[in-house]
Design a protein around this ligand. Structure first.
Ligand SMILES: [Fe+2]
Ligand SMILES: [Fe+2]
Length: 393
């Protein structure tokens, strides 16, 4: 719908075309669809004439409190994502002018490269993307007179002491993670959907049963080889865990935005999270089976029972079709979950459970929960998503 209108503007003679679409709509039957077309066309025409009274009206009117709250929660989520990715990039990515900070850790970078020779580049690019996500959303909020999100007071967690890491305060903890790997089986299931209350087995059960580093905590973690590889494998699964979360969060929240341009923002950023997830899912499948000699953490062969086989082979990186909305409909290849009720709080709860914020202050959790509650508005806890409490993974 929005693109349709945009095309009209791009095609030139925008005012004429907007006018004609207004006429067409008013002459025809007023369906919801034509009404929305008309509203958008009128808005676009106003911009083309330069009649906007102020910046808040340039893109179709002011933000509703709900729109602002959703964007503020997403800005916070993106700041947290960026903080995690920044730590990965310092040690295992490509520190450069696009993603400054850190100087790289060759041994860790080599262990990550076992999953794919381009891992460092992908880590760098994912990190840069996250920077642009929160920077854009905060700038957009400010353009509408809304206070941007600043989590700097909570940068209190320690950095890795390993060679290559900056020594600065962090928002996220990558050294005591309980990585949830159920996304692996969830996206391979042909019959289950977390929005129906279904739960999914872990691909790497050991990871969620303890606390494990996904980056070397110090240079002592660089040996023995299988220990360092276990850290890189943990990172490989954590990358996908984070990005599948973003893949679900955007469509979940998009269902509740009001302003067409805010919808456009969510629909335009969300799929980049899916691109990240897709990449990382492919790489996680290359994590070599091993047992960490220092703590017994096992990375199983994912192509063997209880997984493996037709539905679980590691090269099945596109979503298997599954039930959606109602069991009466045919299976559909979809992002899951996408239930909107309580989606922001569900994301906070999930990330907290996986250890990403171990060591954070009470004030941090209070701030994050307030942002989530505001974003969830009247759709907070108490919504009727079956199994929401245990399925937002
Ligand atoms: Fe992002
Ligand atoms: Fe992301």
């Amino acid at each position: 719908m929005i693109n349709h209108t945009t095309e009209k503007i791009k095609n030139g003679s925008s005012t004429k075309r907007s006018k004609s679409s207004v006429d067409a709509a008013s002459e025809g039957s007023i369906t919801r669809r034509s009404f929305l077309h008309t509203s958008l066309a009128v808005g676009a025409g106003t911009v083309a004439f330069g009649l906007s009274a102020n910046a808040k009206e340039d893109h179709g009117g002011p933000l509703t409190p709900q729109d602002a709250a959703i964007l503020r929660f997403l800005a916070a989520a993106e700041i947290l994502e960026t903080d995690a990715w920044q730590q990965y990039n310092e040690l295992g990515g490509i520190p450069d002018s696009e993603v400054p900070g850190g100087s790289g850790n060759p041994a860790y970078t080599a262990a990550l490269a076992v999953l794919d020779s381009d891992m460092a580049q992908y880590i760098h690019d994912n990190t840069e993307d996250e920077f642009t996500h929160f920077s854009f959303i905060n700038a957009y909020l400010m353009s509408h007179g809304v206070t941007p999100v600043d989590l700097d007071p909570f940068r209190t967690l320690p950095s890795s002491q390993a060679t290559g890491a900056q020594q600065i305060g962090r928002l996220t903890n990558l050294m005591q993670l309980s990585v949830d790997t159920s996304w692996w089986t969830r996206y391979r299931s042909r019959t289950g959907n977390p929005d129906f209350g279904d739960s999914f087995p872990q691909a790497v059960p050991g990871l969620i049963q303890g606390q494990f580093p996904a980056i070397p905590r110090s240079d002592a973690d660089l040996a023995p080889g299988d220990h360092l590889q276990a850290i890189a494998n943990t990172a490989g699964f954590h990358f996908a865990m984070i990005e599948q979360g973003g893949t679900s969060l955007y469509p979940s929240l998009a269902q509740r935005v009001n302003h067409p341009e805010v919808l456009r923002i969510l629909l335009s950023i969300g799929p980049t999270e899916a691109m990240h997830f897709q990449t990382w899912q492919d790489k996680a499948g290359n994590a070599p089976p091993l047992t960490d000699p220092t703590n017994g953490l096992v990375f199983p062969d994912l192509n063997s029972p209880p997984l493996g086989g037709e539905d679980f082979s590691t090269n099945l990186i596109m979503p298997e079709p599954t039930i959606f909305l109602d069991r009466k409909f045919p299976a559909c290849s979809i992002v899951r979950p996408t239930e909107t009720n309580g989606a922001a709080m569900g994301a906070v709860k999930f990330l907290t459970q996986t250890g990403l914020f171990v060591g954070q202050s009470d004030a941090f959790f209070t701030t994050l929960m307030q942002l989530a509650q505001a974003a969830d508005g009247g759709h907070g806890p108490g919504g009727h998503s079956p199994g929401r409490d245990h399925n937002h993974d």
